[in-house]
Design a protein around this ligand. Structure first.
Ligand SMILES: NC(=O)c1ccc[n+]([C@@H]2O[C@H](COP(=O)([O-])OP(=O)(O)OC[C@H]3O[C@@H](n4cnc5c(N)ncnc54)[C@H](OP(=O)(O)O)[C@@H]3O)[C@@H](O)[C@H]2O)c1
Length: 337
């Protein structure tokens, strides 16, 4: 067994990554290069941005750009074959490119729905399928034998519904399930498939939230680490999941969120026994206080309520499977408005 630092080395590997012109993807690409990997970048056609390529080359690694629109299934068709036929032996795939569109669900336009699903889910599948097929043909390397790693970028919205982001939530929920499905299929073949679920990260994607002072403050209030995440917060996670350090890890969705997801699910731990019973005044009061926390935004209130209900269901505490009982519990939402 190699020494522990050797386990994290990506020397001699090649990573294929989408969405690395900026934000989280750029930090991931540079981390992979710092750990020793050459990098193949998939960028939007017409993008003249060579910042990431130049930074990788400064680290002494090779960087090659292929142009393809992640929103175009035509552009995706045959792309992996073209890359591998050019001699790039892909060891690591990172599906990071993504977009966000925000509208209330009842006004969500078809075009935005289709675009988000295409970029954030369909393309993730197409690239994973084609890279997976390529990896299955390669001879396993090392001991224990290994063929490669696939890492998808999910979201905390993979676990909950968010607000005004139905397409994004549907796509990222799909990314989490796809990750598990591919892991079931390929872990036995020496291909690890995992995902990283970022919390609230300071990138262009969140410009609207960051510029809304009230919203940004209420989000910050909920993050146990006391700050928004930065793209560099993902460097350790990506090298871990791309390296032999995680050889026995597959099908996982690693939250990198300053403790936010755990904090959300732990809210329900503060619910006293019997909180869902109509006669439980304490439970109702606590739920009210959770939902009406000062400065909590709509998403926070919804999140607290749904997390409480969901977690209670998981724990099977005081929420019976009978629909009448569940209906009564759900009607709590009205009683606290
Ligand atoms: N930021 C967060 O708080 C957060 C939270 C959870 C999950 N995530 C996920 O993390 C990933 C990265 O997010 P980010 O915040 O770093 O986003 P970002 O700063 O907006 O960067 C998005 C990246 O995706 C690329 N991209 C988008 N559409 C593309 C297309 N049609 N063709 C080619 N490239 C395209 C962009 O390329 P261009 O520069 O050419 O536009 C850019 O490189 C996404 O999957 C996102 O859903 C982010």
């Amino acid at each position: 067994m190699p020494d522990v630092m050797e386990l994290f080395s990506l020397s001699g590997r090649t990573a294929l990554i989408t969405g690395a012109t900026r934000g989280i993807g750029q930090a991931l690409a540079l981390a992979l290069a710092e750990a020793g990997s050459d990098v193949v970048l998939i960028q939007r056609p017409g993008s003249n941005d060579t910042t990431t390529k130049t930074e990788i080359e400064k680290l002494g690694r090779k960087a090659t750009i292929y142009y393809a629109d992640l929103a175009s299934s035509d552009d995706m068709r045959g792309l992996v074959k073209r890359i591998t036929n050019d001699g790039h032996d892909i060891d690591i795939l990172v599906n990071c490119g993504g977009i966000q569109r925000r509208h209330p669900a009842h006004k969500f336009p078809d075009h935005d729905w289709n675009e988000v699903l295409q970029v954030n889910l369909n393309t993730v599948f197409t690239l994973a399928r084609d890279v997976g097929a390529y990896m299955l043909e390669r001879q396993p390397k090392g001991n224990p034998p290994h063929r490669g790693c696939i890492i998808n970028i999910a979201s905390l919205v993979s676990f909950q519904g968010g607000l005004n982001v139905p397409a994004y939530a549907a796509a990222k929920g799909g990314v989490a399930q796809l990750t598990k499905s591919l892991s079931n299929q390929w872990a036995s073949e020496g291909i690890n498939v995992n995902a990283i679920a970022p919390g609230y990260i300071h990138t262009d994607m969140n410009e609207a939230l960051i510029n809304d002072e009230k919203r940004a403050a209420s989000i910050l209030e909920r993050i146990p680490a006391g700050r928004w995440g930065l793209p560099d917060d993902f460097k350790g996670a990506i090298v871990y999941l791309a390296s032999r350090a995680s050889l026995y890890v597959s099908g996982q969705i690693l939250t990198v969120d300053g403790g936010l997801f755990h904090e959300m699910t732990s809210l329900a731990d503060r619910l006293p026994d019997g909180w869902a019973d109509e006669e439980s005044r304490d439970g109702h009061e606590l739920l009210r206080s959770m939902i009406h926390r000062p400065n909590a935004d709509v998403e926070g209130r919804e999140g607290a309520l749904m997390t409480g209900l969901w977690y209670a269901l998981l724990k099977r505490t005081h929420v019976s499977s009978q629909s009448s009982r569940l209906g009564r519990t759900l009607s709590l939402e009205d009683s606290v408005k």
